[in-house]
Design a protein. Structure first.
Length: 446
């Protein structure tokens, strides 16, 4: 459940960061093991077999310490019986498969290796998994959320949120009865403060039906219903006067309560992209129709979130991300995308279309202090962002983009907690630059 001025620059998302880190790649235990094995001329059962030119998988054995279903594991394997690899190819495959299972946050440990058979060059592929800490926690800023994973031995998740702003439940169930099909549903009540200072209380119900193509692709249909009210005050925001709130609502054409239903299709590529190295990618696209209440007419929505990341060494990640959202010109402002996640001291005016680009470099766990079942880590990052809202695609002008940069230190706890607190600064790049404090709580570093 995871849940957010202008100048004349050229149209680009390029940036340059110099010497954020002066760190060498962390010593890799598997590489060290390979070196020891080579010096002793003995078998390497963790990643490959010494001096073997070809690896042929005669069979696959799955061993699980916990309640994970073998059928779920089989559906997420990158290799199969009869596959052939070079020794180096198998090592790369084994490491990639191990990283994938760990990236799901379902396991304490994962091992992928081969064992020899009586036939030269033929092996048994072995996958060993240990069920992990199957709970997740996060909050922002007045709400506490908890997730309960792996409830049916797969990648299911029950999410709950209780707080002053949001109260809700969600349930996701991929691979029903070990089929490629799944579903998800969520409902929530929210009280939000939106830019430039109007209040919205809403109840929403969303659902989706989808199929999964291994770990590569999720695609399906989605739908939802939202009913909203427009209060004049909210005790968590006493500085907002009722008259100012009313004026801001009227400037956006909002006069009272309403509702909207929507239905569409979506596709998500590489949902667990963090296991991919040195090059990874993730993309989610959705589009469909919105059916608003009286006073508005049926129109469309379209959303895109695309990310490319480069991880040349274990402790360094470069990422480029592009987000875009577009709503039809006959839909109310309550259906527009929220631009409040733009990391800049300057807020963007609400509008039907929203585009945002991010370039970021992150030092992943540059300092790590073991604490028993988890580790306390320190991860610096720096970013450049550009974003804008506009009325339609035709109105988009590169010279109107707003720009910001910043840096922060993420202090966090690794698996099984997976929670990071970032403290830093964000600076707008305008005729009159402004700076502000940056704080966020995240369950991932990138």
């Amino acid at each position: 459940m995871n849940t957010q001025n202008k100048k004349r620059p050229v149209v680009a998302l390029f940036f340059f960061f110099c010497a954020l880190l002066n760190a060498q790649p962390a010593a890799d235990s598997d590489d060290a093991l390979d070196s020891l094995i080579d010096s002793l001329n003995i078998k390497n059962e963790e990643l490959g077999i010494d001096k073997t030119e070809e690896v042929i998988l005669d069979s696959i054995r799955i061993e699980i310490a916990g309640a994970t279903r073998k059928e779920w594991v089989k559906a997420n394997l990158f290799f199969s019986r009869g596959d052939r690899f070079t020794d180096a190819g198998w090592k790369a495959m084994a490491r990639r498969q191990k990283d994938f299972f760990l990236s799901t946050k379902l396991f304490y440990d994962a091992r992928v290796y081969i064992q020899p058979t009586e036939t030269e060059g033929h092996f048994v592929g072995v996958v060993e998994l240990t069920d992990g800490f199957l709970f997740g926690f996060w909050f922002w800023p007045w709400d506490l959320s908890a997730a309960f994973r792996h409830l049916m031995g797969g990648n299911e998740e029950l999410g709950t949120t209780l707080g002053l702003n949001t109260q809700g439940l969600s349930w996701s169930h991929p691979r029903v009865a070990d089929s490629p099909f799944g579903y998800g549903i969520e409902g929530a009540h929210e009280e939000l403060v939106k830019e430039p200072g109007w209040l919205e209380e809403s109840f929403r119900l969303n659902g989706r039906l989808f199929f999964s193509l291994g770990p590569v692709l999720n695609a399906g249909i989605e739908g939802g219903f939202t009913a909203w009210w427009l209060p004049d005050s909210f005790w968590l925001e006493p500085q907002l006067s009722a008259s100012d709130i009313a004026a801001n609502r009227l400037s956006l054409g909002l006069t009272g309560p309403g509702y909207a239903a929507q239905a569409g299709v979506y596709a998500e590529l590489w949902p667990f992209y963090r296991f991919m190295a040195p090059f990874g990618c993730h993309a989610r696209a959705a589009a469909g129709a919105v059916f608003p209440s009286e006073g508005y007419t049926v129109s469309y929505y379209a959303d895109l979130d695309a990310l490319v990341c480069l991880k040349p060494v274990e402790q360094l990640v470069f990422e480029i991300r592009v987000l875009a959202s577009l709503r039809g010109d006959t839909l109310p402002a309550t259906t527009w995308a929220d631009s409040g996640d733009f990391r800049s001291p300057r807020s963007l005016e609400p509008n039907r279309a929203y585009a945002r680009g991010i370039v970021q470099v992150t030092g992943v766990h540059v300092v790590s202090i073991p604490l028993g079942f988890t580790s306390l880590t320190f991860s610096p990052f720096a970013f450049w962002e550009t974003a804008e809202t506009f009325g339609s695609i035709e109105q988009f002008r590169p010279e109107n983009l707003s720009h910001a940069f910043g840096a922060a230190l993420a202090i966090g706890f690794t698996a099984p907690i997976n929670l990071y607190f970032s403290f830093g600064v964000k600076v707008s790049v305008e005729a009159s630059p402004a700076a502000a404090f940056l704080f966020s709580v995240d369950t991932d570093l990138y």
